[in-house]
Design a protein around this ligand. Structure first.
Ligand code: SF4
Ligand code: SF4
Length: 656
């Protein structure tokens, strides 16, 4: 049973952070939830999607992008229901366009859950999005535990209604993916299927329209009111201590700092834990700073709090020394050990014995090591992170993208420039294919490829994009490229799912969230509708044919597109297994024909093809039947006909 549907108020359960954010939204009785799936925040939406059918009245959607998700939530909130949009780190950049204007207006009951990612566990960049807060003038809450994730969401809705602004709740990857105890509250019996236009709606729409000069003044006034509220808010609390120096912290860094103090045997240090990190109350900060000889600001990311607190101290005329990023690394994810090392170094305290085997560079250069998985040159480290074996990112067994990459590599002989994008296919940039010269952001590859093609003429320029990314941000760029007829080949890898973030449906998926059959979007027709004159469909598991089509495309000047359509094998396999289907074709390598040319193993790189020792002691290649996904692509890859379908039923060529 999902944590989200338990109706026993007061019950304590084990929940992930993602479930806690979602549970908070449900206990707050939302009527609208929208998200674009993106790690680390995708679990919030996925948790709600799983049980959405059971919750009559609640509208849920995987929107085409974060801007649309946010705008949908804004509209629903204007329509009188509490609304939430959830997004990944880079998603806030996409939604920012709408949010920067909305701040001049009024909206009640709107909460944005933002998945931050210190250490770039899954993100293309490591940006500290809290810096958006003073720019947008939006309040930001940073929970420190699974319990706070739920409680802060509920609080954020209350405060959004009180101050008529959206509240952003930060959801870091460590919290979203971690688990902890969660005390459940009351789950509403029903969720609002219909709203009522908020009384302020008329004023909002006309006044903001959108961002009349007078509204700026109103925005700043509201910010002052929130600052005043923050002075005595229970979102911020002090852990008392007798030491003459203290710590100000927030979010996940709070737990790390408390453990670090424990590691260092420092039991009486006063700590100010900020739950609302923007705006800060000068009274609250000033009260804590007064009387202390030094205050250390422990936060993940860059010195966001540090800058704000230093400005407050300056305005209040407080001379207390404030230390932040000079000691605590601005890069990567913090941990209790890392904070303990940073504090011991700064404070000149000895580290306890379990740290004595740390390599010197860890202690002396935490900034360089922070966020890096590089193995140190020597010494044993008491952290499993550094002991994990390294492995190369690769496609799943039977992935259509591997076959497509092989075909493109063969067709171009590696002489090409590839603008890749965000999705599974971006792994083509690694070995053995090395297809990916630049990657910017969702949909960014097509736009940059257009510009590049205007000035570079000695190699074909190819833009890669997946189906979900195409819908998210690629379509305007396709329209532009087609309209101006850029000399670019667009490769759309249509695997029918937003696979990389957990197989959420997209308009090319042939079923809805709850598994109902759906008439999906025909990407080839869509491209033609946008003005692309030459569009071809290929099946990646037929790499020979695909190679021919790519060669044909590259002979044509101007903008053209190939749609490589092959469903994500994980999904098709799951469906076959659920239906109890057994493989109709199995594959093996005929060792008499195999020339050990390495093509299937090295150039193609399917993980189901492995090295075994033959009876005479020599190495030979075999297909591991327990791993093989029966995609059949390797049959066409082997130039010697050594890979064969070994049973009756479908021929390998028809395996798709
Ligand atoms: S591609 Fe064919 S010949 Fe070459 S190693 Fe693989 S099975 Fe053997
Ligand atoms: S059929 Fe060949 S390419 Fe496909 S999964 Fe099996 S071994 Fe790999």
């Amino acid at each position: 049973m999902s944590v989200l549907t338990i109706r026993e108020s007061g019950k304590k359960v084990l929940a992930t952070g993602a479930e806690a954010f979602a549970r908070g939204a449900l206990e707050a009785c939302i009527g609208f939830f929208a998200t674009y799936p993106g790690t680390p925040a995708s679990g919030v939406g996925d948790s709600i999607a799983e049980i959405q059918k059971e919750l009559g009245g609640l509208y849920f959607e995987y929107s085409m992008n974060e801007k649309i998700a946010t705008e949908g939530a804004i509209g629903a909130a204007w329509g009188g229901v509490r609304a939430m949009a959830a997004m990944k780190l880079a998603g806030l950049n996409v939604a920012a366009d709408s949010l920067f204007t909305l701040n001049r207006g009024e909206v009640k009951g709107l909460v944005i859950v933002h998945g931050s990612d210190p250490g770039q566990q899954s993100s293309g960049t490591e940006q500290d999005n809290r810096f958006y807060a003073p720019f947008m003038h939006f309040p930001v809450l940073q929970p420190s535990s699974v319990q706070e994730a739920k409680d802060f969401v509920i609080k954020a809705f209350e405060l959004s209604e009180r101050f008529t602004l959206p509240f952003i709740v930060d959801a870091p990857s460590a919290l979203l993916h971690g688990s902890g105890e969660l005390e459940l509250g009351v789950l509403p019996q029903s969720f609002p299927a219909t709203g009522k236009l908020r009384p302020h709606f008329e004023k909002t729409v006309h006044d903001i329209n959108l961002g009349r000069p007078g509204r700026h003044k109103v925005l700043l006034k509201r910010e002052r009111e929130i600052k005043s509220y923050a002075t005595n808010s229970d979102l911020n609390r002090v852990i008392e201590g007798d030491a003459n120096w203290g710590i100000i912290t927030c979010g996940m860094a709070f737990g790390y700092a408390m453990e670090a103090l424990d590691i260092l045997g420092l039991k009486d240090v006063p700590v100010l834990k900020l739950g609302m990190v923007y705006p800060l109350s000068p009274d609250c900060i000033g009260k804590f700073l007064k009387g202390l000889k030094r205050v250390i600001i422990v936060e993940e990311g860059e010195g966001f709090l540090e800058g704000l607190i230093k400005a407050i101290a300056y305005d209040l005329g407080l001379k207390v020394p404030l230390v932040g990023k000079k000691w605590i690394s601005p890069v990567g994810m913090l941990s209790p050990s890392r904070v303990a090392v940073d504090l011991s170094k700064g404070l000149g305290l000895p580290l306890p014995s379990q740290f004595k085997n740390l390599p010197a560079e860890f202690i002396e250069d935490t900034e360089r090591l922070a966020g890096s998985l590089a193995l140190p040159s020597g010494g044993s480290i008491p952290m499993p992170l550094f002991d994990a074996p390294r492995r190369v990112r690769t496609f799943c067994v039977g992935c259509p993208h591997r076959a497509a990459a092989y075909a493109i590599k063969k067709a171009t002989k590696g002489k090409l420039i590839v603008g890749t994008d965000i999705g599974c296919y971006a792994m083509m940039e690694g070995p053995p294919f090395h297809l990916g010269d630049f990657k910017i952001c969702m949909g960014g590859g097509i736009g940059a490829a257009q510009g590049l093609s205007r000035k570079i003429h000695d190699a074909p320029v190819i833009a890669f994009i997946g189906d979900s990314t195409l819908f998210h941000a690629g379509l305007p760029a396709v329209l532009n490229a087609a309209y101006y007829d850029a000399n670019v080949l667009l490769m759309v890898f249509d695997n029918r799912w937003t696979a990389m973030t957990g197989h959420q449906p997209t308009p090319s998926t042939e079923e809805t969230i709850d598994g109902k059959p759906l008439r999906n979007v025909d990407i080839a027709k869509l491209l033609r509708g946008l003005g692309v004159k030459w569009v071809r469909m290929v099946k990646p598991f037929e790499p020979g044919k695909m190679e021919g089509v790519v060669k044909q495309a590259l002979k044509r000047p101007g903008f053209k597109a190939i749609v490589a359509q092959g469903e994500c094998t994980l999904q098709s396999e799951r469906r076959k297994r659920a239906q109890g289907a057994k493989p109709e074709v199995t594959y093996h390598i005929d060792t008499k024909k195999c020339k050990i040319c390495d093509i299937c193993f090295v150039d193609f790189g399917c993980p189901a093809i492995v090295v075994r020792q033959a009876e005479d002691g020599s190495d030979t290649y075999v297909i591991d039947p327990g791993v093989c996904a029966q995609c059949g692509a390797c049959v066409r890859v082997c130039p010697f006909g050594a890979i064969v379908a070994s049973t009756g039923g479908r021929k390998s060529d028809e395996a798709l």
